[in-house]
Design a protein around this ligand. Structure first.
Ligand code: PEP
Ligand code: MG
Length: 324
């Protein structure tokens, strides 16, 4: 098995008819670096920076963050690492910072929280920029964007932090800055946001939650939570088109990147990059290498006419099963 993994690791994730998919990995722990690299991850598509914050007992300082980020960036260098700014709120709570809200998923989450706590945000950005000096493989990713001004302000903070660091003698450089599309308004605003972003990453977990108004963690409605819902499929198609129109590199980093059927749908829609847990990379790579995109296109066409996610799943599942 290990020998098989090793062989697979060096092979590209490419369909039989030559459609290449970049396979990145999701992480938040330094301990994940080895499994990711062993399984042939081509970089980190999502580094969840809240994870080191969660296992600390107070907000980590700039120096403490610097040491963590340096190790992650060094482990993957020269491969790219997209580090997401702190995404707390909703289901992600810090043990040392209480946030009691009646409706936390619609409240103080992600970029909203950090823009209201700029000292925290600036400290984190500085730590990431300093960590990036050694290898230059950092990309920044902003969670829970729902308005254009959030990206404008975030970018200003990063530019100012680069300037400040340069004045102090650190050779920090402006990294590329991407936006998570996980709130429906961000998806619809891609044309207006395009001037302020260098790439897009779809957070399909939250996008599904907000598009369908289904709590991603509530077992009572979990049967309604499905990233193959026809509205989610339409959203993914729209995002892909808009990103192509605006020359924005696009990736998907939610759980759907680990779902074989959803991966087939994304390939048919033209997605060329996905980010998933290291554990699932070999299986998804095998799947990609055993299908042709040409056989998926007519199935996608049929799926467009369907109204129920289980019918969409059924259409693609024969191919997924044949492959795995
Ligand atoms: C998502 O929402 O799909 C995502 C990748 O972010 P998280 O799961 O960390 O909210
Ligand atoms: Mg999310």
């Amino acid at each position: 098995f290990i020998a098989g993994l090793d062989k697979l690791k060096s092979l590209p994730a490419e369909t039989l008819d030559g459609f290449r998919v970049e396979l990145l990995t999701n992480t938040g722990l330094l301990a994940d670096a080895t499994p990711g690299l062993e399984r042939g991850a081509e970089g980190v598509g999502l580094y969840r920076s809240e994870i080191p914050f969660m296992i600390h007992d107070s907000f980590p300082t700039e120096e403490e963050q610097l040491r963590i980020y340096q190790k992650v960036l060094a482990a993957y260098a020269p491969k790219p690492v997209s580090m997401r700014s702190l995404d707390i709120g909703g289901d992600k709570q810090l043990p040392y910072f209480e946030m009691a809200e009646e409706n936390p998923y619609l409240g103080w989450r992600g970029i909203r929280f950090t823009l209201d706590n700029t000292q925290l945000l600036i400290t984190q950005i500085r730590a990431m920029l300093r960590a990036n000096i050694a290898n230059g493989n950092l990309k920044l990713l902003v969670p829970m964007v729902s308005r254009v001004d959030e990206m404008v302000t975030f970018r200003q903070h990063v530019e100012k932090a680069v300037d400040d660091l340069n004045k102090l003698g650190y050779p920090a450089k402006l990294p590329s800055i991407g936006m998570m599309v996980e709130v429906p308004s961000a998806m619809l605003l891609i044309p207006k946001l395009a001037p302020y972003i260098d790439f897009v990453s779809v957070g399909s977990n939250d996008l599904t939650q907000y598009l369908l108004a289904v709590d991603r963690n509530n077992p009572r409605v979990s049967a309604l939570f499905d990233h193959l819902h026809p509205a989610v499929m339409l959203a993914l198609e729209y995002i892909q088109k808009e990103c192509e129109n605006h020359d924005l590199p696009l990736s998907v980093c939610g759980e759907m990147a680990s779902d074989p059927v959803a991966v087939l749908v994304m390939i048919a829609l033209g997605y060329q990059s996905i980010s998933l847990s290291a554990f699932n990379i070999p299986r998804i790579k095998l799947l990609i290498r055993s299908v042709s995109r040409a056989e998926l296109l007519p199935i996608l066409e049929k799926a467009r006419g369907l109204s129920h996610e289980s019918d969409i799943r059924a259409l693609f599942s024969d191919i997924a099963e044949r492959a795995l």
